[in-house]
Design a protein. Structure first.
Length: 257
């Protein structure tokens, strides 16, 4: 559907190669004619008039000029489809393309980087990734202190996989995740202050769990006595040893009673 801010003229027909179809600002609208009513083969278009804001150019068209239309708005996009006049594509500013549904902005695409861009592809696992430069990054940002949620949609409804919280003020400390080559461990680290701690906080009275069965080593035949010291319900002898490696890769043990 091609619309003008002042509807009232319906155009149907064809014109010969070398001629230019000029539409005045009194209006152009689709009154239900077939989609094939106005058709121009791409090979016959040698020059096109420049249009902007629903006003035709007064100068003679030059070769390879671009057809432009008014910017439109979310509730009246320049390009809409059938009866859904509030769903379509429009431009909210320079170098910006927007998509709307229900008369509200759904998506804004903008930027003028000459190298980096976003690639989206479908398949068994749809993909969104950065392309262009050899080490182009990809950012996902919330507005203000809004959260960023990763969710899984299933039979039980949408469930959370992870939620990232934004602190107020001017935070400088954050967590980084890193992969690693063969033989080296992936990393979870804090970044920011020179001596930044890392905090693990379970919900309510929940506890922090570490590792799997291999993370604990059985006690030797010689029991290590704790005496009567310890929280209620604890053993007085070592039951297992929490096994881990220090930053140098050396195995260490923490007694568990």
């Amino acid at each position: 559907m091609i619309r003008n801010s002042v509807p009232g003229v319906t155009i149907q027909g064809s014109f010969a190669s070398g001629n230019v179809a000029m539409f005045s600002a009194t209006g152009l609208q689709d009154s239900g004619v077939a989609a094939s009513a106005i058709s121009v083969a791409p090979s016959t278009i040698a020059a096109r008039s420049v249009w902007g804001n629903n006003t035709n150019a007064t100068a003679a068209p030059a070769a390879n000029t671009v057809l432009t239309l008014g910017n439109g708005a979310a509730n009246a996009p320049t390009y809409s489809f059938g009866p859904s006049t509030g769903a379509g594509m429009y431009a909210s500013g320079t170098n910006i393309v927007d998509f709307s549904t229900g008369g509200q902005r759904l998506l804004e695409l903008g930027g003028s980087d000459a190298t980096n861009y976003i690639q989206m592809s479908c398949g068994s696992t749809p993909l969104i990734r950065a392309q262009g430069g050899a080490n182009a990054g990809l950012q996902l940002a919330s507005n203000g202190t809004g959260t960023i949620d990763f969710q899984q949609a299933g039979g039980a409804g949408t469930v959370y996989i992870a939620r990232f919280l934004a602190a107020g003020g001017s935070p400088v400390n954050y967590v980084t995740f890193g992969n690693a080559t063969t033989g080296n461990p992936p990393s979870i680290a804090t970044t920011g202050d020179a001596n930044c701690d890392m905090q693990f906080t379970p919900n309510g009275c929940g506890l922090v769990r570490f590792g799997n069965a291999a993370s604990f080593s059985a006690n030797s035949a010689v029991a290590t006595a704790l005496g009567s010291v310890g929280p209620t319900g604890s053993h007085t002898t070592v039951q297992t040893w929490l096994t881990f490696k220090d930053n140098g890769g050396v195995t260490r043990y923490v007694p568990c009673f």
